[in-house]
Design a protein around this ligand. Structure first.
Ligand code: FPP
Length: 247
């Protein structure tokens, strides 16, 4: 399939993050149970992954399950976990064929054993792929991530690995789950909600935010391209003036 000619391939974001929202509402509109929405959301995950790989984007992070999502009805949590296992299983060959590396961030140890093992084996199986890195945020909470980092830093101070005076803004990211991943330049959220919802709060500090009313199962390849086109129209200033950028 052709790429979008409006996209400047020299000005791509290296890392795009997505909050996939609206599965439940979409299912309700269809007169179906919430799980039906999650099942159909997998198609959008695949479309965006393919689109990102074709463009040459290096990292795509998807918020698949938040730490707060454990509070949903047990039936829905179970369905999401099985969907994750079955999708990883059914897509492993495609990931390898397309040279896509799988990674995961979050409190992964809290996932059910089967899910954790399946995930770790897929991560290991795809670790040498060098096109796109697909990062799944699972049992992820940004506040929890920063808390873990604070504890690990305190521990390294106590054991003498680092000194308090050596801690700078560059130290913190080394202790986050995303330590080897560049910060996202673009964050997309579907379903008309305009919130960050405890997602990559440190890493999104300078990201462009793109919101669309489309519900996640309706979000297709072309919608992903539209978000990239919108991103490329924006001027990224990092606190500088427009004039300074052209100097
Ligand atoms: C948010 O919609 C969506 C989720 C909590 C789950 C996202 C999961 C998938 C798309 C499927 C599995 C993913 C992978 C990577 C295999 P919501 O349920 O909060 O929707 P609502 O706000 O309309 O209720």
């Amino acid at each position: 399939m052709s790429l979008d000619s409006r996209i400047n391939l020299q000005k791509l974001p290296k890392h795009v993050a997505i909050i996939m929202d609206g599965n439940g509402r979409w299912a309700k509109q269809q007169g179906e149970q919430r799980v039906f929405g999650h099942q159909n959301g997998v198609r959008s995950v695949k479309e965006c992954t393919e689109a990102a790989a074709e463009l040459g984007i290096e990292y795509l992070t998807m918020y698949a399950f938040s730490a707060e999502n454990w509070n949903r009805p047990q039936e829905e949590v179970n369905a999401l976990m099985s969907l994750l296992v079955s999708t990883i299983n059914s897509e492993l060959d495609t990931l390898n064929k397309n040279k896509i590396r799988l990674m995961a961030i979050g409190d992964l140890k809290s996932l059910p054993n089967e899910c954790y093992n399946e995930l770790m084996s897929a991560i290991d199986n795809t670790k040498n792929n060098d096109r796109l890195t697909l990062v799944l945020a699972l049992s992820y909470s940004s506040k929890q991530e920063i808390t873990f980092a604070a504890k690990a830093i305190a521990n390294d101070v106590l054991n003498g690995a680092i000194s308090i005076d050596s801690i700078t803004e560059e130290t913190i990211p080394k202790y986050l789950f995303t330590s080897n991943i560049p910060d996202p330049e673009l964050m997309i959220r579907t379903s008309g909600e305009h919130r960050i919802s405890n997602f990559l709060m440190w890493q999104l500090s300078y990201a462009e935010l793109y919101f669309t009313d489309k519900l996640w199962p309706e979000f297709e390849r072309q919608d992903f391209f539209d978000a990239i086109v919108d991103y490329q129209k924006r001027e990224r200033r990092f606190g500088k003036t427009s004039e300074q950028l052209t100097e």
